[in-house]
Ligand binder design. Sequence first.
Ligand SMILES: CC(C)(COP(=O)(O)OP(=O)(O)OC[C@H]1O[C@@H](n2cnc3c(N)ncnc32)[C@H](O)[C@@H]1OP(=O)(O)O)[C@@H](O)C(=O)NCCC(=O)NCCS
Length: 325
Amino acid sequence: MFGQLINTLKKNPKKIVFTEGTDPRVLEAASRLLAGTFLSPILVGDRDEIFAAAEECAFNIRGAEVINPLEYDRIDEMVDLFCELRKKKGVTPEQAKKTLSQANYFGTMLVKMGEAHALLGGATYSTADTVRPALQLIKTKPGNSIVSSCFILVRPSATGENEVLAMGDCAINIKPTEDELVEIAGETAECAKLFGIDPKVAFLSYSTFGSGEGEDVDKMRNAAEKASAKYPDLPIVGELQFDAAVSPRVARTKCPGNDIAGHANTFIFPDISAGNIGYKIAQRLGNFDAYGPILLGLNAPINDLSRGCNASEVYSMAIVTAALA
Ligand SMILES: CC(C)(COP(=O)(O)OP(=O)(O)OC[C@H]1O[C@@H](n2cnc3c(N)ncnc32)[C@H](O)[C@@H]1OP(=O)(O)O)[C@@H](O)C(=O)NCCC(=O)NCCS
C-alpha cells in the first residue's frame, strides 16, 4: 500500500507541515523523509531548539525547512488573512497574532497560504486542538456539510495479500444525524478506494434487518436507505450487526439472499463511541495496523496523530496525508 502512495508522491513531490517540530517521533519521521525525495517536511518551531532536539536523539534533519511563528517573514499577510477568515467572529489583528503564535493555528495557515500541501499534527496536541484550526480556517469543501473521518485498517497476511478495511467516523462527529451518516459513508467509501479497497458498505447496528428496535436502529436503517439512493453504484447494506456484516455464514442465517452482507469491508458506525472503540478493538485484539483518523471533507489534507503514536506511525501518516493532497 505504501509503495503505491510513495510512487504517486515521487511523480509529484509535496511539502508537509509538522506542528510539533521538537517532538522526537516527528524528528525521526522527518529524518526518514529527508532521506527520500518525495515529501519535504516543514518543522514548526524555534530553529535552535529543533536542531538541538534532533542532535540529542541523533536524528539527521539537515536540509529540513524550519519556520518559527515568531520570526515568520509573511506574518503580516498571515494575520490579515486570518482576520478575513474569522471576520464573522470579529477577530482583531492583536488576537490573530496571539492565536498564530500557537503552532497548530500557524501550521494550518501555512497550508491555507500555499506554503505547504498538507499538515500532520497531534503528537502532543489533542484531536480537538489539531482539528479545530482546520475546521475554522481550511473549512469544509464545497458540496459537503461536515468534516468527518475514517481509519484505514491493514492486517498483513502470510500469503502477502493484506486485509484492508475502512471505518468511519471514529474520531470527529460525536453523534451524527442520518444525513451526516450518509455523507460519512460516501466520503469513507471514496477514501477506501484510494487504499485499494473495492468498498462494500455496512451501516452497523445492534440489530440486523429489524431484529432489534430503537432510535439508533431506525437511524442506521434510514441512513442506509438514503445512502443507497444517493450512491446507486455503491454496494450498501444496513442496518446490520457486525457479525452479519463480515461473516458469510452468519449473513446466510441473519440476512439470507443479501450478497453484500458477510462481505462488507467499509463500516459506518452509529456514533463516535462505537467507532472509536470498534477500531481500537480491531487494532489491539485483531492485529490490524490503524492509519488515521484521516479527515474527510476538508479543503486540504490535514490529519491528526494519536498522542500514543510512534515514529513509524508518524512517517506512515505523513505519506498517507500528503498522498491525499
Ligand atoms: C471536532 C471537534 C473538536 C469540533 O468541536 P469544537 O472544537 O467544540 O468546535 P466548535 O463547535 O467550537 O466549532 C468550531 C468550528 O468548527 C465547525 N465545526 C465543528 N464541527 C464540525 C464538523 N464536523 N464539520 C465541519 N465543521 C465543523 C463549527 O461550525 C465552527 O465553525 P466556526 O468557528 O467558523 O463557526 C469536536 O466535534 C470534537 O471534540 N470531536 C471529538 C474529537 C475526539 O475527541 N475524538 C476522539 C479521539 S480520536
